[in-house]
Design a protein around this ligand. Structure first.
Ligand code: NAD
Ligand code: DAU
Length: 331
């Protein structure tokens, strides 16, 4: 199977490429623009006869057409992914997440290529802390940020191309991922590397916001399952029952690294900050038999902390500029 992975030099895309290489008879082409969020080093050590990198833009229609023609499937991860950046400069989010997805869809339509579109639980907006409901495939769309609105729009484009043009696509909406190769702008790697650097973790607002954490390896296995067995036109929610508020996560990081429990700062809140996400992944589990292999968040977080401790050369080049940008915003 020849699989084109857009955004494969980013966090989840690179985890997915490592996962794919573990499958037999899969050859991978990564299409990645290598934005600030990418790292070639995340693909180091992979067999060069099975993984190749094309540096380019998903919004470059002729390029995406040419690549789609030579592949059996496209898994579309490429996106601007960070909510905070979408609040300071939304333009690239519209261009890549909407126009880029449009170009991928047009290429899949012209060449009959199977497509799996990677999306997020943020398209559903947020939940109250005490709401017994979790997001399901039937939850109405209600995005809050420029990032999540652009992702919501991309999901609608995919559904329209399935219905109007018969594109063979599936969609997955996953909760917050953690694991190796995540950029230090994101919550968990930022706080781990802050502590490793002798800084205090920076928690937005009151720290009571809840995220539903899943290991990136489990997201990868879910995507591979859907690509192979998912019903065309269907959406599957991906989650591993990992709800924790931000203070709980910081407490685990501080404890693992031997620092006092109160050694963090509360900083300026994010505008429009979603309160809580929670995923009900019953459909994926019942219909396709998927289960997470890493359901213990504490154990997965401990391994992730050790990964960042062991891979300083991977994250160090991005740390100073990331912190300088946060400092300007009082975060
Ligand atoms: P990331 O920011 O780490 O990586 C994005 C990758 O896309 C980078 O390698 C970047 O260079 C590439 N890219 C950006 N614009 C491009 C363009 N125009 N053309 C080609 N490549 C481009 O993001 P991530 O966290 O790995 O997220 C990947 C996907 O998963 C996104 O679609 C995101 O919406 C979705 N998602 C993320 C999470 C999460 O917790 N991080 C959860 C659910 C869904
Ligand atoms: O739910 C899926 C989404 O998860 C994905 O679609 C996004 O691409 C991904 O970035 C992530 O979005 P979040 O905004 O939830 O992730 P982030 O890591 O930015 O923040 C997680 C929580 O931590 C959120 O409540 C904001 C808070 N936070 C974040 C940072 C960077 C802090 O308290 N301090 C921080 O320094």
């Amino acid at each position: 199977m020849r699989v084109l992975v857009t955004g494969g030099a980013g966090f989840i895309g690179s985890n997915f490429v490592h996962h794919l290489v573990g499958q037999q008879d899969v050859v991978v082409t990564v299409l990645d623009k290598l934005t600030y969020a990418a790292s070639r080093a995340s693909l180091d050590g992979l067999p060069t006869d099975r993984v190749s990198l094309v540096v380019g833009d998903v919004a470059d229609q002729p390029l995406v057409d040419r690549l789609a023609a030579g592949h059996d499937a496209i898994v579309h991860f490429a996106a601007e992914s960070h909510n905070d950046n979408s609040l300071t400069e939304p333009g690239p989010f519209i261009q890549t997440n909407l126009v880029g997805t449009f170009c991928v869809l047009e290429a899949a339509r012209r060449h009959g290529t199977r497509l799996h579109h990677i999306s997020t639980d943020e398209v559903y907006g947020d939940l109250e802390l005490d709401d017994p409901q979790r997001f399901t495939e039937a939850t109405p769309y209600n995005p809050s940020s420029p990032y999540s609105a652009a992702k919501a729009g991309s999901d609608h484009l995919v559904r329209a191309w399935v219905r109007s043009f018969g594109v063979k696509a599936t969609i997955s909406n996953c909760s917050n991922n953690y694991g190796p190769w995540q950029h230090v702008e994101k919550f968990i790697p930022r706080q781990i590397t802050n502590v490793l650097d002798g800084r205090r973790p920076k928690v937005y607002g009151t720290g009571t916001n809840v995220r539903d954490w899943i290991h990136a390896e489990d997201h990868s296995s879910a995507v591979w399952t859907i690509l192979q067995q998912g019903r065309i036109g269907e959406t599957y929610l991906v989650g591993a029952d990992g709800e924790h508020n931000n203070l709980e996560v910081v407490a685990l990081i501080l404890e693992h690294l031997g620092r006092p429990a109160d050694d963090y700062d509360l900083v300026a809140d994010r505008a429009g900050h979603d309160l809580r996400y929670a995923i009900d992944s019953t459909k994926l589990r019942d219909e396709l038999g998927w289960r997470p292999a890493h359901p213990d968040f504490g154990a997965g977080l401990a391994r992730t902390i050790e990964w960042y401790r062991d891979h300083e050369s991977w994250w160090r080049p991005h740390k100073a500029a990331t912190e300088a940008a946060y400092e300007v915003k009082g975060q």
